[in-house]
Each structure stands twice: as C-alpha cells, then as structure tokens.
Design a binder for this molecule. Sequence first.
Ligand SMILES: O=P(O)(O)OC[C@@]1(O)O[C@H](CO)[C@@H](O)[C@@H]1O
Length: 401
Amino acid sequence: MSRALDDARDETPEAAPILGNVPGSYALSVFRERHPVLIKQVREALPYTPDRRRALDRLLGEVERDVMEPLEPSAHDGAAWAEWGRGKIGGRWVDAPFLWAESYFYRKLLEATGYFGDGPWRGVDPFGPLKQAELDGPDVDGELAALDETAALSPDERAEALLLGSLWGNRADLSHGATGAGGGERATGLVVDDGPLLRALLGDLAPARICLVADNAGRELLPDLVLADHLLAHGQAREVALHVKPVPYFVSDATPSDVLACLRRLAAAPGRAGEAGARLWAATEDGRLTLRAHPFACAPLPYADMPDDLRGEFAAADLTIMKGDLNYRRLTGDRMWPPATPFAAVTGYFPGPVVALRTLKSDALVGVPEHTVAELDATGRAWRTSGTHAMIQGRGGPQVG
Ligand SMILES: O=P(O)(O)OC[C@@]1(O)O[C@H](CO)[C@@H](O)[C@@H]1O
C-alpha cells in the first residue's frame, strides 16, 4: 500500500452515516414510499392466513407511525438485534442509520410473514412469487438468447461484454419495482471505470480464487453466473466462491435457493446459455464453484464490522468482486463521504483486493472527482439513485501496488 494512500487514510475522518430524516432525501423516500408499497405487495403475493395478515398490518402501522418496535421476545436472533438496536429500537425509522433501519425493516417483514416461526409459513420466501415471475419472464429468455451473439466477438470483446452484463444486471432490482423507480435510460459512460484495474488483477492473479459477492437473484444473478463461468472456463479463476444471503432480504437478494433456480434455468436454456449452465453445474459438483451464505450477509452492519471468520474468507481469496448497491453501501460504510474521498482510503480495512460492480441506487458515493459530480448534478437527473449510472470501482492489494 502506498505512502500517499496511508496519508489519505489518516486524513480521512469518518463521515456521518446516511440517515432517512433529511427532507427530500432518497433514504426518506424509501421509508415513506417504498416500504408501505412493499408490505402491500407482499400481502397480496401469497394467500397469507389471518395471523400473518394481521402481523403485516401491524408492521405497516409501525412504518406509517414511524416507530420501530422490538422483535417478538421469541425471535431466535432477538439478542443480537437487541444489541445492534440499542438506542435505536423504540425510536423513529428515519432517525437510525439508513443501512441499519432498512435491514431492520426486512428482518421485521420476515417476522411478520412467519418466515422464522413454527407454523406453515416457516421458510417461505415472501418475495418468491416476484422472483419466480421474473425468472420465468420473457426478459430472461431474451437475455439468455443474447448470449449467442457473443460468439461473433473477439475474446477481449466477449470478456468485456460479460463483465458489463454482470454490472448492468444490477439495474434489475425488484425492490425498485415497488415504486416504479429506475426505469430511465442507461448512461453510456461509467461514473468510475476501474475496468483496467480489474483486468490487470484478473491477469496478474490468474488462476485466482475469487469471492463473488452476489446481490440480486434472477436477472442479476444469471449474468453473474455467466461471468463466473467465463472466469473459470478461461483460467482466470481456479475457484469462485459465490456469497449470497442466507435468508430473503431487500426483496430480490439472492439466496441459495435462488442460485439453484438460476443454475437450473441456465442449464435448461438452449445455446451458449445452456453450455454455460452445464459447465457451472459441473463446477458446482467438483467444488470449483462454491456457495456461501454467511449470517453476516444479512446483518445491519458495514463490512468494516465483519466477523473474523468472514474476514478470513475474504483474506484467503485473491480477489473479491462485490455486486450491487447494498454491498457498495456496506463496503463504504453508508456514510456521507465527500464524493472525492478515495475508495482505497475508505475500504483500507478490507482484507485484500476488492472491486465493486454497481449501478447507483442510493446516495453512497466515494472516489468521484468534484468536477464529475458537478457535471452530473447539472443534468438535473437523479443520477445517484435511479440506477441509470454505473461504476466499476476497486483497489488492488499490496502485491499489485
Ligand atoms: O443492492 P441493490 O439491489 O443494488 O440495491 C438495493 C437498494 O437499491 O435497495 C434499497 C431500497 O430498498 C436501496 O437503498 C438499496 O441500496
């Protein structure tokens, strides 16, 4: 790590967390608009029984009154949440750090649907119908068929196309569907393009052990899997550890069942998608593609607070690729950093090279020069939150300077 970077880190005081209590802020709109709509969508997606419907109505009341009530005393993880929520539970959703309060909302939603209960709703993914409809839908057919077009590309062009497919796949986010947000055009350029760094890392470290920290299921996970196949098939990776959420979270976040559904979808597809599916199936069977679902993946905390065993897993990888907006928020602490704050200074705690592939769907932002922010602000578009803009942003480790 360079001297300049050490200095930048020393001179980088911690910024304040992003909160929902700022009038006109994106975070406030999530609590006021998105969460009530989501509860209603979940309530209608399955024939929930009267007890579950009452619980969902109670949660809607909590959201509308803006008070965070504690979990049921019987909650299996009640002690952890009581500890994480000290000084927050009982207060307003919008006054707690955005990352924390949003996580708590999804935990409470799972409680309301009976996901952790002893009854018949135990283990039933409340977002399952939405995810299934997406996976079965015509958009996925088209996106899988489009893989055949990569046959005509040069190897470098194909590698780039698959990387960009995974990056822009992050735009497909069923939670944004809750309020119809994020439908705008894609920006042509990237807000930050550390693609050359990523290519250099993949070249220098090959065949690397890669942690791919997935984000959304379905239309994002499919291109992520295709990218993983490409890295394995072309000798850039000797192993890909795919990290997903242990339980349904943030609507469309991928769980192990979602990975299996995508593998089956790929394997059943015609053409190049099916070939990738068959290779991934075999890679799973022989341990080159592994699946991880660490409990910390659903904790309301930034990666800086990760437990030692997870830190060890990232440290043992040659490279970690972090997908999506939520992982970016957790990587950078979900704070109001001055946007020009160096990414490497904010993520210096991370044990190894890390590259984020993200479309911008919240205010978290680092490593963007002030003039770029000013130019984008001048467009008058919601470029930081609408998913129209994307970034590849990373840092190497000591071995690549
Ligand atoms: O991680 P993803 O899927 O790219 O994005 C998730 C996300 O956009 O959904 C939330 C709104 O519910 C945002 O605050 C959050 O960052």
